[in-house]
Design a protein. Structure first.
Length: 150
């Protein structure tokens, strides 16, 4: 769902949050998704991203704001400059900001989302079968805690 930049600020159901850096909303119970965040924490040397679990009240509110199923979490959300990006677009933009070699993923932008997103959807729908599921959300280390939105 496309919305105006920072539209969530005028949605009374979405609590205020620090959005001065890109925010990644992810399924904190999904081992695959948590692995993605661990990868980003390791390679985001400039600490440019903040992270938020979809299971949190704010994560739930953002999913509903963007018209996503607030119980299945089949797309991570990248909120960058107030604009939400989903599926392959969000993932590629996230990697591109990490610099080389990760920014080479931009070559995939040649393919339209209509071709990229079915692969994303296939992985998203089977992510628990691929990697499993935790009983509770990912817990950041004390060093990582400042990069997460509670």
């Amino acid at each position: 769902m496309r919305r105006e930049a920072y539209s969530y600020r005028s949605d009374a159901a979405v609590p205020a949050f620090a959005d001065d850096k890109p925010v990644i909303v992810f399924d904190g119970e999904c081992i695959f998704c948590s692995g993605w965040v661990r990868f980003l924490l390791r390679h985001d040397r400039r600490a440019q991203y903040r992270y938020l679990t979809a299971q949190s009240p704010l994560g739930q509110a953002l999913y509903r704001h963007y018209g996503l199923d607030a119980s299945s979490f089949e797309s991570n959300i990248l909120i960058e400059d107030g604009v939400a990006r989903f599926k392959s677009d969000g993932s590629m933009r996230t990697l591109a900001r990490l610099g080389l070699p990760w920014s080479l993923v931009n070559v995939c932008r040649i393919l339209p989302a209509a071709l990229r997103d079915p692969l994303y959807d296939l992985v998203a729908k089977n992510r628990y079968r691929i990697a499993g599921r935790r009983q509770s959300c990912m817990v950041p280390t004390p060093e990582e805690r400042g990069r997460f939105i509670a």
